[in-house]
Design a protein around this ligand. Structure first.
Ligand SMILES: *Cc1c(COP(=O)(O)O)cnc(C)c1O
Length: 458
């Protein structure tokens, strides 16, 4: 139903209009027709007011077409202040990693081909030399993500056998990753020991039997426990596993490759230390503190890695060439730690001095005010995200936009490159620590376009 003033146009007539016909130059006619149907339906169902004239109908169809053609997966600005935001794809990649993807994507590559020998090779050789060099591990294998790494390790040693794990480590990491459920699906029989707050080495010893497949330790990445707590360290568990002749599997998570304590981020182990502490297998993510692509990395003894590689399940969890290209390029940056800090965006964002983040916010605010956007700069606290350094608060700065926070939030999410902020104390904040500095100009453009001409302008 129309509002009575303007009858709704017939789709056929709308498609005949010159302004609408012109859209077919860049889109199939069927898609233009669908856009026209949507434009009419939006008016009929009362989602938008009736256009005032025919030119506005053309514009509505063009907008509907733009939305239909827009990719489902697209970039956003992460203004949440959570640097490794799992919903926003965690770590942005380093320029070197992006170049490696581009170089590898276009044509054939030696993914499973040994160029020197002139015969079939293995995809699992890539990245291994770098991982050995950087972590001290004897061998390594890369799979799809850390969850897959844990599934592979458990399935290799604990299928129908007991995985001994502390009750304090049966944690949930992100929406769909619960350690007990992953363990059960891997075929492991869960053998819980200790209590939620305290588990001692003797608790593990008491649980050992002929049914034991492995000892499992999971890093409690995303929360901290304090008070009356005790846990058996990795070093406590190494001799216990060895005496029983079973592997010690360590889900380490973060993938931190270098010490960041001089930047106020302390308390997380570095991969090299985790490996040195002696777990049979150490597992970590590629896209958390490592700052690379989504991947799961298993580090361990040659025998343990070979057993994983020989597990038929490995084929189902295998990593693709673009991931390997990006991971190799990211790892290579760690050969020079200063370069890693400079070139790996996750590290750059986490370690930038507060003054530089604040300075970026000030200059953005100034140039936004110059085009009529009312905003101020406020100091905030950013977090690491990605289930790492759960208690760390990093001094940060944000643009605070004046006006109805929910309406502003909706306007920014509707922009071509959506700007995702957070609402605090009734104000919409765009935290700059989670935005790479190289995006400031683009962010300014997006904010200016989204906020110009509305009530938020002064
Ligand atoms: C994040 C995390 C995982 C899951 O890693 P993905 O790469 O997202 O699969 C598993 N274990 C620990 C300890 C983690 O921190």
């Amino acid at each position: 139903m129309s509002d009575g003033r303007h009858p709704l146009p017939a789709i056929g007539l709308l498609l005949e209009r010159a302004g609408v016909r012109a859209l077919s130059a860049d889109a199939p006619r069927s898609l233009v027709a669908e856009a026209a149907r949507r434009a009419v339906a939006d008016v009929r169902d009362g989602r938008v007011p009736t256009p005032d004239d025919e030119a506005e109908w053309d514009a509505r169809v063009a907008t509907a077409l733009h939305q239909l053609q827009r990719p489902s997966l697209r970039p956003v600005f992460n203004g949440t202040g959570v640097v490794l935001h799992t919903n926003l794809a965690r770590a942005p990649l380093a320029a070197a990693a992006i170049q490696a993807i581009t170089r590898t994507a276009a044509g054939a590559c030696n993914l499973e081909y040994d160029v020197d020998a002139g015969r079939r090779g293995s995809r699992y050789v890539h990245c291994v030399a770098l991982l050995r060099e950087l972590t001290g591990a004897e061998d390594a294998i890369v799979v799809n993500n850390c969850a897959a790494a844990l599934v592979l390790a458990l399935n290799t040693w604990c299928r129908d056998r007991e995985a001994v794990i502390s009750r304090g480590e049966l944690v949930e990491i992100g929406g769909s990753f619960r350690v007990p459920e992953i363990m059960a699906r891997s075929g492991a029989v869960l053998r819980e020991v200790g209590t939620t707050n305290r588990t001692h080495p003797d608790d593990y010893r008491a649980a050992l039997s002929a049914l034991t497949g492995a000892l499992v330790k999971v890093h409690r990445s995303n929360f901290a426990m304090s008070g009356f707590v005790a846990e058996a360290s990795l070093r406590d568990l190494v001799p216990i596993a060895a005496a029983q002749g079973v592997p010690l599997l360590y889900d380490f998570g973060s993938g931190l490759m270098m010490d960041l304590s001089r930047f106020g981020l302390s308390g997380e182990a570095v991969a090299r230390d985790a490996v040195r502490d002696g777990a049979t297998l150490t597992m970590m993510s590629g896209d958390k503190l490592l700052g690379g692509p989504q991947a799961g990395i298993l580090l361990g003894s040659a025998g343990a890695i070979a057993a994983c590689r020989d597990n038929p399940l490995c084929r189902a969890l295998r990593v693709d060439k673009l991931t390997l290209a990006a991971l190799e390029a990211t790892l290579a940056l760690y050969r020079d730690p200063e370069r890693a800090l400079r070139d790996i965006p996750a590290l750059t964002m986490l370690t930038a001095p507060h003054a530089s983040v604040r300075g970026r916010a000030e200059s953005l605010a100034e140039s936004l005010r110059a085009i009529g956007v009312r905003c101020t700069v406020v100091d905030t606290e950013a977090t690491v995200g990605g289930g790492a350094f759960p208690t760390a608060r990093i001094p940060s700065a944000a643009l605070a936009l004046d006006g109805d926070a929910a309406a502003l939030d909706a306007a920014l999410r509707a922009s071509d490159v959506p700007v995702i902020g957070r609402i605090a104390d009734g104000r919409l904040l765009i935290d700059l620590r989670s935005v790479p500095a190289s995006f400031d100009t683009a962010l300014h453009g997006a904010l200016g376009r989204a906020l110009s001409g509305t009530a938020v302008r002064s």
